[in-house]
Design a binder for this molecule. Structure first.
Ligand code: WQD
Length: 356
């Protein structure tokens, strides 16, 4: 079957969003719905909440039965579930977020990570192809650049071996999707390499809701600020950076979501191929920058203590984003203070995330 065409109005286009109830997924679904796209979310809620989709409907003023947003509950590993998505809906393109994503956990559970992330994507691509859909935007990560130390990272940089199985799954899936195109040039693949997504929708209705103790910096800082956790452990202050703490390219999750819409629009004009885009701000912020910015947002001190470096961390990681600007016409708009303000609003309105 020839590939589905994307050269049509959003109102005529149906996007399958795997992992659409997750942090980045739910924010992307909001942006898609607001532009008139029809959305089918496929999510097993293993690391997300169905409430996120209720909140998405609230933000977009959709009632529970509005056909613009549909849900299929299940795993991408389950072929029948994926088949259901393609038989019930005329899917034009896929935005593929579904996958396990905790770096530390991936070191302890490599088999679960390779099985879920790799095999799940193989099932998804196999079923999509059988239904004539060969358009996919893949949620990749700056972690595929490894620890080369050459910043800012550019799309033309070689993929280095990531320091953990999570990162390996991202690098392997980029290669698998590239090989799909090489074997069949009807495939239209966009690989989006995220840097550090943080923040929340300005309504405060959706945001990052990690399970258990957060692995990532921002949700940890937010939980200290709200009083759930006592103090932030700063993993090392002896890096060769401006203040000795780790530097990362933090990007507002709404900016990131809009980058996915820009990629869809770009794909409509570029009907086949494989293209990589960094989605970041091009600016690095240190751990202490983040803590101080969050203190401004919440209006009180956020206690922290310097701890030893965390294994696998690199000193600096930030993006060159010229390609996304020049080819997608996309630039991140929001700065670190806005990211922390929006994150604080979500956290203070939802002290226990979606469990409230
Ligand atoms: C940021 C900085 C830490 C926690 C990872 C993955 C990436 C993506 C985002 C999934 C570093 C420091 C952190 C803490 C700290 N994963 N830190 N105390 O490691 O840059 O990126 O998460 O989507 O693919 O690689 O993010 O938020 O864990 O760390 O000092 O309690 O904050 O050392 O410098 P990271 P992070």
């Amino acid at each position: 079957m020839s590939n589905a065409s994307l050269a049509k109005a959003p109102q005529e286009t149906t996007v399958l969003v795997t992992g659409g109830a997750g942090f980045i997924g739910s924010h992307t679904v909001v942006e898609l719905l607001e532009r008139g796209y029809n959305v089918v979310v496929l999510d097993d809620f293993s690391n997300s909440s169905p409430k996120a989709l209720d909140r998405v409907r609230e933000i977009c003023s959709l009632d529970a039965t509005d056909p613009q947003l549909s849900l299929i509950e299940g795993s991408i590993l389950d072929r029948d579930t994926v088949e259901e998505a393609f038989t019930r809906f005329n899917i034009d393109t896929i935005i593929h977020f579904a996958g396990f994503k905790a770096v530390g956990e991936s070191v302890e559970k490599p088999l679960e990570y390779y099985w879920n992330n790799i095999a799940g994507t193989l099932v998804l691509a196999n079923v999509a192809r059988a239904h004539g859909c060969k358009n996919i935007v893949f949620s990749s990560s700056a972690t595929v650049y490894g620890e080369t130390g050459k910043v800012p990272f550019e799309e033309t940089d070689k993929r280095e071996s990531p320091t953990n199985p999570y990162g390996q799954t991202k690098a392997m899936l980029e290669q698998i999707l590239t090989d799909l195109y090489v074997s069949d040039d009807e495939w239209n693949v966009v690989l989006l390499r995220y840097f550090n997504p943080i923040g929340a929708h300005p309504s405060g209705l959706i945001g990052e809701d990690p399970q258990g103790i957060p692995n990532n910096l921002l949700p940890y800082v937010a939980q200290v600020a709200i009083g759930t956790l006592d103090e932030v452990g700063v993993f090392g202050d002896d890096y060769p950076t401006q203040d000795g703490t780790g530097v990362r390219d933090y990007i507002h999750v709404v900016d990131l979501a809009r980058g996915h819409v820009a990629a869809l629009e770009w794909m409509a004009a570029h009907p086949s191929g494989v293209e990589i885009f960094n989605l970041g701000t091009g600016r690095g912020s240190s751990v202490l920058d983040v803590i101080h910015s969050f203190e401004k947002a919440c209006g009180h001190a956020v206690p922290y203590k310097i701890k030893p470096r965390r294994a696998g961390d690199i000193a600096e990681c930030f993006a060159s984003c010229d390609k996304a600007r020049d080819e997608l016409g996309w630039v991140a708009e929001y700065d670190l203070d806005r990211m922390c303000e929006d994150s604080w609003r979500w956290q203070s309105m939802n002290p226990h995330g979606y469990d409230d």
